[in-house]
Design a protein around this ligand. Structure first.
Ligand code: IPM
Ligand code: MG
Length: 358
């Protein structure tokens, strides 16, 4: 019996994960998969209930499951600059580290019918189809950090650190993906300045020897940020470190017009993974039935593909999403005059109705 842990989190998290669960339930019934769903609190919801954003029990529950579906965490009521106060975002870092999810995949694909929603001109953005592969358990996020007194002044520091093995395994994931796609890999670093980036580049070049069929290009991160808006079609697979990936994946995401459409998968090498929409908790939209559930639904599709090897069923969901976009149904974030405005729940029902599951 495949076990899925659902961590709805905060803000719009619960309503969009409800949609993803409804879609998975439908697939499970049609295919006799017997999916079971176990729920737990993370983020602000867990702080309110237990005083911490992520409990050890929650990590254990995830470790005993086949896949995790996450909504979003955070909200203004938990924002505090007090370093001793619990922060909802720590739940994400704890899940990534605690579950060994080192590879974050963020596919950025433009839906042809949504081109008008993109901030870029049609002729620039048309045909964009990128997978950002972001390292997720190293770098400045997990390096030594702290505050101290130096020459009678207070200083704060975060350490950007990577081991050879950490770089090697993420770069290998990216090469494997590139090999199955258009065979172009862009590795992004800051090797003109940073020692950790020099190691990154050295290891990437070494791994490249095993993938002669993939064309590898190195870009400095500042140039990569510019190239993404100048000519996004030049990119196929992009691999980069945790911090650069955080920044570039948001930039890449908005090329498609709405971050409300983008799923992500965080993988740890085997089939197990955590799936979540790229958008955050959007507290201002919560509880109003207006949030776009597509990113969560498409994250469920990625779960079927990567954790359950159900590529066909994943395609069925993706095609249903494409179909209802084509038919002109839009949540408010992607609404343009002349299309039909729908809410969260209605979007979910439309996706389920349009799933072609013979
Ligand atoms: C993301 C988010 C997180 C990150 C934050 C909320 C900790 O921005 O998943 O991209 O920086 O990784
Ligand atoms: Mg981010």
């Amino acid at each position: 019996m495949p076990k899925i842990v659902v961590l709805p989190g905060d803000g719009v998290g619960p309503e969009v994960t409800d949609c993803a669960v409804a879609v998975l339930t439908r697939i499970s019934q049609e295919r006799d998969l017997d999916f079971t769903f176990q729920y737990d609190l993370v983020g602000g919801a867990a702080i309110d209930r237990y005083g911490v954003p992520l409990r050890e029990e929650t990590l254990d529950l995830c470790r005993c499951s086949d896949a995790v579906l996450l909504g979003a965490v955070g909200g203004p009521q938990w924002d505090s600059t007090d370093p001793t106060a619990p922060h909802p975002e720590e739940a994400l870092l704890g899940l990534r580290k605690g579950l060994g999810l080192f590879a974050n995949l963020r596919p950025v694909r433009l839906f042809p019918d949504l081109i008008a929603a993109s901030p870029l001109k049609k002729e620039v953005v048309e045909g964009t189809d990128i997978v950002v592969v972001r390292e997720l358990t190293g770098d400045v996020y997990f390096g030594e950090k702290g505050r101290e007194k130096k020459n009678s002044s207070e200083v704060a520091f975060d350490t950007m650190i990577y081991s050879r093995e950490e770089v090697e395994r993420i770069v290998r994931v990216a090469f494997d993906i590139a090999r199955k796609r258009n065979k172009r890999l862009t590795s992004v670093d800051k090797a003109n300045i940073l020692e950790s980036s020099r190691l990154w580049r050295e290891v990437t070049n070494a791994v490249a020897q095993e993938y002669p069929q993939v064309k590898l290009v190195h870009l400095y991160v500042d140039n990569a940020a510019m190239q993404l808006v100048l000519n996004p079609r030049q990119f196929d697979v992009v691999v980069t470190s945790n911090l650069f990936g955080d920044i570039l994946s948001d930039e890449a995401a908005i090329l498609t017009g709405s971050i409300g459409m983008l799923p992500s998968a965080s993988l740890g090498g085997k089939m197990f993974g955590l799936y979540e929409p790229v958008h955050g908790s959007a507290p201002d939209l919560a509880g109003k039935d207006v949030a776009n559930p597509m990113a969560a639904i498409l994250s469920a599709a990625l779960m079927l593909r990567f954790s359950f090897d159900l590529d066909h069923e994943a395609r069925v969901i993706e095609q249903a999403v494409e179909k209802i976009i084509e038919k002109g149904y839009r949540t408010q974030d992607i609404y343009t005059p002349g299309t039909t405005l729908v809410g969260t729940r209605e979007t979910c029902s439309l996706v389920i109705e349009n799933m072609n599951l013979p």
